[in-house]
Design a protein around this ligand. Structure first.
Ligand code: APR
Length: 321
């Protein structure tokens, strides 16, 4: 058995390269950075390799434009595609990124049939579904990163409002990684104390709203792209949970097969993540309002999946009625 793990990252842009940096910095796996742009992944990989001695890291980092180099990866992270510009929603990326993710997924199933796949490309829930369909991998091996990022944003804003370290805050968000995501204050705590006991309803509502717009807030500040440090940290959290079989309970985007009354769609839910991928989907006892919000969010994901699967004329009709 090969003890050293191999993580391939498809798309060596902001998110992909930052995730590679975290993995190499912590030395938890060898990394392959793949991109279609000639020279760029090789340059970034060489730069990262030259940082490893200073980080006391044994990770090997390879940059490539050749899919053969991702062969037998334990984990493949898909960040390839285009990112948002100001004024664009994640959903505006649908058709362009779908064709990229389809192509990438074919190569992943060809070269890494045993890999766990972490999908990051937006609109993330739909892209996770597409990657699952295209690779035909077992559902527990294909997951999306979005919900963990949403919950990290939620944690940040709760920490600021309470004046505590973000490390003391745990938070749950569910649903699609879009404007209809569902931050869950009732399931969010500061070291065990529910945020509903610590903050006013108005303060919580403001935090929920800011979390929902967390990605757009950064896009409007950056102007030329979207967030990448927190997305990369979210990827790293998932990669580590899989590599070390941590069985960590995290919010992640997973295939629902009847859980929460939903069948056949990817959406953000609490999962237990370990070496085999998603070991279990945890079913929280949602109240009626939370349930409604979750199902509304799932519907938004389903509409996008339908749009992707519809003939172009029908899709155009639905986008611009
Ligand atoms: N195969 C491999 N790589 C590709 C392909 C492809 N078919 N098409 C594009 N890429 C690469 C680009 O060359 C670029 O280097 O994907 C990379 C994307 O990087 P950025 O433009 O820097 O975007 P980034 O901020 O990393 O976001 C990537 O993650 O958060 C999501 O919405 C975001 O969908 C976007 C993705």
């Amino acid at each position: 058995m090969d003890i050293r793990k191999k993580v391939s990252i498809i798309g060596a842009g902001n998110v992909g390269a930052s995730a590679a940096q975290l993995i190499a910095f912590h030395g938890i796996a060898d990394v392959v950075l793949f991109d279609v742009v000639a020279g760029m992944p090789q340059g970034k990989a060489l730069d990262l390799s030259e940082a490893c001695p200073l980080w006391n890291s044994s990770s090997e980092v390879l940059g490539t434009n050749d899919y053969a180099d991702i062969k037998d990866s334990d984990i493949v992270v898909i960040t390839a595609g285009i990112a948002r510009k100001p004024g664009m929603s994640r959903d505006d990326l649908l058709n362009t990124n779908a064709s990229v993710v389809r192509d990438v997924s074919k190569e992943v199933s060809r070269y890494c049939p045993e890999a766990a796949v972490i999908v990051v490309t937006n609109p993330m829930d739909v892209m996770a579904q597409l990657a699952w369909q295209t690779t035909a991998f077992p559902a527990e091996k294909v997951l999306g990163m979005g919900a963990i990022l949403d919950s990290a944003r939620f944690r940040t804003f709760v920490a600021r409002a309470c004046g505590v370290s973000p490390a003391s805050v745990s938070a749950m968000t569910m649903g699609g990684h879009g404007d209809q995501m569902v931050p869950l204050p009732r399931f969010s705590t500061v070291n065990g104390i529910s945020v509903t006991d610590l903050l006013s309803e108005d303060a919580i509502n403001a935090i929920v709203e800011r979390t929902r717009n967390g990605g757009a807030e950064i896009v409007s500040l950056l102007k030329t792209g979207s967030a990448f440090y927190a997305p990369a940290a979210s990827i790293f959290e998932m990669v580590r949970a899989i590599i070390f079989d941590e069985k960590k309970l995290l919010p992640a985007t997973a295939y629902l097969d009847g859980q929460y009354g939903v069948k056949g769609t990817f959406a953000g839910v609490p999962v237990i993540l370990g070496a085999k991928g998603i070991g279990k989907i945890v079913e929280l006892k949602l109240n009626e309002e939370e349930k409604r919000a979750f199902l509304y969010s799932v519907d938004a994901v389903r509409n996008l999946v339908d749009r992707l699967n519809s003939p172009p004329e029908a899709a155009d009709f639905r986008i611009n009625p």
